[in-house]
Every structure is written in structure tokens, then in C-alpha cells.
Design a protein around this ligand. Structure first.
Ligand code: RIB
Ligand code: CA
Length: 317
């Protein structure tokens, strides 16, 4: 089967773990490298989680690089232990991978892979965009070298999740996000508009647990922690599927029903709008008949119930 090379940048993270499992379970995906960035936890811890999870998933061969600890304009502030646990994966302990982390940085790895797979590499970013911005600074020709970029981040019309208008990955490093959205590459934004609408419920978690596989069991235990965070928000134990949905939009498994291509800019000022992704959706008034040239593809809706799609794919592991 023909495969496509993918580079993933992440802050693993419970929903990042689901995204990594989805990638590993997806046919045609050649995961050629993974970078870690600070976000849910420090980059070094996220890299260890990523490496240990890949080992559990039977992919200790996938190279993992540590990326930026601090953001472009400010220091990492401790992450989100109340959402993902102190170790980032809901206090679940994974066996240590025998594979050492790479010596190159995540940004260096991305640039190297983009050159090696010129015009073919697909980039996925499911944490703050610091490593991508650093890679753009290292190699200004990066937008030409990669095929496209899909990010979990931002929100076009829905409320934010860390401020009234800002989503966490963008809010953590708005300067980096501004550079990524401004670069001349093909960006798909999978933001809170769609990720908050697709959830894992207790029935999904129980089915994963019942599968009895090492990966299924570990993910189901992580989800207990994630569900507890979301329970007061959604009124029952369940969780939004941010990162795996972004990965599925890129690698396949879902059908986009609304995904206009429009200009997106990031507010990197110090006012109350800091971290907002401002998507120019005025074309909505004309049914997107006059889609702007260029801009980013902003995913607003998909056809499937993504919880069911995710479960089905995870059960193949
Ligand atoms: O806002 C959701 C995003 O923030 C996800 O990537 C999640 O892992 C957290 O980092
Ligand atoms: Ca993430």
C-alpha cells in the first residue's frame, strides 16, 4: 500500500494520546517523526509520554524529539495538570520505551524531514505552535517543502476554552500561532467549533476497556481522568475529542460538511482578545459562494459521530 509521510507535533496529553493511537491505527500513514512542545505539560515530559505510548502501540521505531520548553514571548507556566494529570496522561504509568529520544530538536527534525520528503510531508500540530514557528524561522522555505499543515487549535465562532475567545493551543503561544497562520502554506484549522461537538462517552470508554488490549486499557484509564475534568462542563462523564479529530481530518475517517477557506489572523496583542483566531467568515452571508483565495480551511462541521469513528479505529489496535 502506498503511504504518506506525516510529522506530528504534540503535547501528550490525554487527547494527544488518542490522536497518536488513531494515527498508528490508520492505514497509509507513515509516521516519520514526532516532536513535543510544552503545553499540557513540559515538552520533555510530553516527549517521554509520546515515546512510551508509541512503544506500547508497537511503534518504538518512530523517532521522537523534544521541542521548545518555553513559548516565543514568555516562559512555560506549568501546563494543565487539572485537565491531564501531573504526568499529562491522567496519572497512568506506562512502561519506559527502550528507544532514546532524538538529540535534534523538534524544529530541526521537522525541517530535516521536510527536506527529505520534499513536497510530500504532511504536518499535524496538536499542541501550541511554538515548534512550527521555530521551524519556519530555521527554514523560511518550509511552506514550499511541506504538502500541508493541519492544526488542532483556535475557534472561529464558538467560545474559547481558556478565555472567552481563545483556545488553549493558540492561547499558550499566540505569537507562534500568528506566524503559522501567516505563512504561505496550506493550513487546515480544526478548532473548538467542531471539536467541542464530538465526544467520547462512557459507553465508548467501556468498550475500549473491554477490548482488553494493553493500549486500549491504558487509554481507557487515562480517559477516566479526562472525563472527570469534563463532567461538570458536559453534565456527565465524557470528553471532547480535540486532537484525534484534527488527526482524522488529515488522515481520513471523517467527511467534512462545512469547511470554508477563509483568511485567519491571530490576535497576539496584550488585550482581552489575546489568543483569538479571527476567521473572516463574512462569506457565510453568501453560502461561501465567494470563498476568498488563499487563507486557511476552517473546519466547522463533519458528518459522522466522531466518538463512534474513533472507537472503531482504536479497536483495531
Ligand atoms: O484546546 C484543546 C487543546 O488543548 C488540545 O490540543 C489539548 O490537548 C490541549 O492541549
Ligand atoms: Ca494537545
Amino acid at each position: 500500500m502506498e503511504t504518506t509521510p506525516y510529522f506530528l507535533d504534540c503535547d501528550t496529553g490525554i487527547d494527544d494520546s488518542l490522536a497518536i493511537a488513531y494515527l498508528v491505527a490508520s492505514p497509509g500513514v507513515d509516521l516519520v517523526g514526532v516532536g513535543a512542545v510544552s503545553g499540557n505539560l513540559a515538552a520533555a515530559g510530553g516527549a517521554r509520554n509520546t515515546s512510551d505510548l508509541l512503544n506500547l502501540l508497537g511503534r518504538p521505531d518512530v523517532p521522537v524529539a523534544v521541542g521548545a520548553h518555553d513559548f516565543l514571548s514568555h516562559a512555560f507556566d506549568g501546563g494543565a495538570p487539572h485537565v491531564h494529570g501531573r504526568n499529562g496522561i491522567g496519572e497512568v504509568e506506562l512502561a519506559a520505551s527502550p528507544t532514546p529520544l532524538r538529540e535534534e530538536s523538534a524544529a530541526e527534525m521537522l525541517v530535516r524531514l521536510a527536506r527529505e520528503h520534499e513536497g510530500r510531508l504532511r504536518v499535524l500540530a496538536i499542541g501550541p505552535f511554538t515548534n512550527l514557528a521555530l521551524a519556519l524561522r530555521l527554514e523560511p522555505d518550509l511552506p514550499r517543502l511541506v504538502r500541508d499543515v493541519t492544526v488542532m487549535g483556535g475557534t472561529a465562532m464558538a467560545p474559547g476554552n481558556v478565555s472567552p475567545v481563545a483556545e488553549a493551543n493558540v492561547a499558550n503561544d499566540p505569537e507562534a500561532a500568528a506566524e503559522v497562520f501567516a505563512a504561505a502554506w496550506d493550513v487546515t484549522m480544526v478548532g473548538l467549533d467542531v471539536t467541542m461537538q464530538h465526544r467520547f462517552e462512557e459507553r465508548h470508554r467501556e468498550a475500549l476497556l473491554a477490548a482488553g488490549t494493553p493500549a486500549g486499557t491504558a487509554l481507557a484509564r487515562m480517559l477516566e481522568y479526562y472525563f472527570a475534568f469534563y463532567a461538570p462542563i458536559f453534565g456527565r462523564p465524557s470528553a471532547a475529542l480535540h486532537d484525534p479529530l484534527a488527526v482524522a481530518v488529515a488522515v481520513g475517517g471523517v467527511t467534512l460538511t462545512s469547511a470554508p477557506r477563509v483568511p485567519v489572523v491571530v490576535d497576539a496583542t496584550d488585550g482581552p482578545g489575546r489568543g483569538q483566531t479571527i476567521a473572516d467568515l463574512r462569506a457565510l452571508y453568501t453560502d461561501f459562494a465567494e470563498e476568498r483565495r488563499g487563507g486557511s480551511r476552517v473546519v466547522l462541521a463533519i458528518e459522522e459521530d466522531f466518538g463512534d469513528v474513533l472507537l472503531e479505529r482504536l479497536l483495531t489496535l
